[in-house]
Design a protein around this ligand. Structure first.
Ligand code: PLP
Length: 379
């Protein structure tokens, strides 16, 4: 028997999956580990999906996605961020994951370096490795509010560096980049001739400040914006996201769709279109719920005197558990106290003493889970 792919076998397993697998088969677990809205997809979006099925949206769509959806997306991005996009700039992908993967493939060759922050969403490292690229981590300093700084990015820059990945609001930290920082990052990429992949899938989940898109500062087509319906509309299972790029890059991403997925399912695209054209009240309601969950969670942590990063956006709480081994801490928390959380080290070496808790979980789970975490740490 020939060997299996070394590249695939060598991929690091997600620490969140390790905890989820361990939790499987256990009963009465308080689940705070997964980044998924507690809400079901709003009814009018589900209805649009059902109607699309009945109307026969059961076939392949164009590689780039259904034209009407791409037009609606271009219009709303133009309105939200003062852009001048058309459908030619939009490729509908299988979730934000699909947009990041295709963008990395479209922008890099084997051996190229892709710069990611420490900590960051673990999938970036996997996606870069799958493309034969080399992930290089830049530090985020607590003294700089965990924002990316040009000095720290410069430290890891080499002639092989090709792409800078940024993420706001960020997972796992909940940091929201101010406009000035975003402007500087895009300018830095221009000076050093880098592409930027700007992951903005949490753009609508902001508690303080406002979202700035990297696309607003892109003067020469070096930014690929990544967006998704998953978090904004509680549509994780529908698998619809999109890449936004200058036409030549969008064309290449479209070409890659054929190799990997052909297209995003048509029914899911029609549901996504209904999400954008329908009332946006559900978006505000969900955001307000996560914000109320944040208040509740912080009250409990404050009572126990536990340090955390107060998230300005996304729906995660980054808690300092002061443990030399966050995976061991998360396992103990699960096995002895029946609370599932994401171990910080799965997001990068800088996450070693932290855990990540999802604020998109039900209120009762947050209350109970954080009380148990508080008692364990205080002990
Ligand atoms: N980007 C970040 C930072 C995420 O946290 C996630 C999901 O957790 C995604 C992208 C991709 O989500 P999806 O593929 O469901 O759109």
């Amino acid at each position: 028997m020939p060997d299996l792919s070394q590249l695939a076998s060598g991929l690091k397993r997600s620490g969140i999956r390790v905890i989820m697998d361990l939790a499987m088969g256990m009963t009465d677990i308080v689940r705070l580990e997964v980044g998924e809205p507690l809400f079901s997809t709003p009814e009018h979006i589900v209805q649009a999906g059902c109607t699309a099925l009945q109307e026969g949206f059961t076939k392949y769509t164009p590689n780039a996605g259904i034209l009407s959806l791409r037009e609606v997306i271009a219009r709303r991005l133009n309105l939200d961020y003062g852009l001048n996009l058309s459908a030619d700039n939009i490729v509908i992908t299988v979730g934000g994951v699909g947009a990041v993967s295709s963008a990395v493939r479209a922008l890099t060759d084997i051996g190229d370096e892709v710069l990611i922050s420490d900590p960051c969403w673990p999938n970036y490292e996997m996606i870069i490795a799958c493309a034969g690229g080399v992930p290089k981590r830049y530090q985020l300093d607590p003294e700089q509010g965990f924002l990316p700084t040009l000095a720290n990015i410069e430290k890891v820059l080499t002639p092989k560096s090709k792409v800078l990945i940024i993420n706001t609001p960020s997972n796992p930290l909940g940091i929201v980049y101010p406009e000035k920082v975003m402007r500087e990052l895009v300018e830095f990429a221009r000076q050093h001739d880098l592409f930027i992949i700007s992951d903005e899938v949490y753009e609508k989940i902001i508690f303080e400040g406002q979202h700035t898109s990297a696309l607003s500062f892109d003067r020469d087509g070096r930014v690929v914006g990544v967006f998704s319906f998953s978090k904004t509309y509680a549509m994780t299972g529908w698998r619809v996201g999109y890449a936004v790029a200058a036409a030549p890059v969008a064309d290449l991403i479209t070409k890659l769709q054929e190799a990997y997925v052909s297209c995003t399912p048509g029914v899911a695209q029609k549901a996504a279109e209904a999400a954008l054209t329908g009332s946006q009240d559900c978006v505000a309601m969900m955001r307000d719920t996560y914000k109320a969950n944040r208040r509740l969670a912080l009250e409990i942590l404050d009572r126990y005197g536990i340090s955390y990063l107060n998230p300005q956006g996304a729906f995660y709480l980054w808690i300092d558990v002061n443990s030399p081994d966050s995976t061991a801490f998360a396992k103990e928390l699960l096995v002895k106290h029946k609370v599932a959380v994401a171990p910080g080290d799965t997001f990068g070496p800088a996450g070693e003493r932290y855990i990540r808790v999802s604020l998109a979980s039900p209120q009762a789970a947050i209350e109970e889970g954080l009380e148990r975490i508080g008692r364990l740490i205080r002990k």
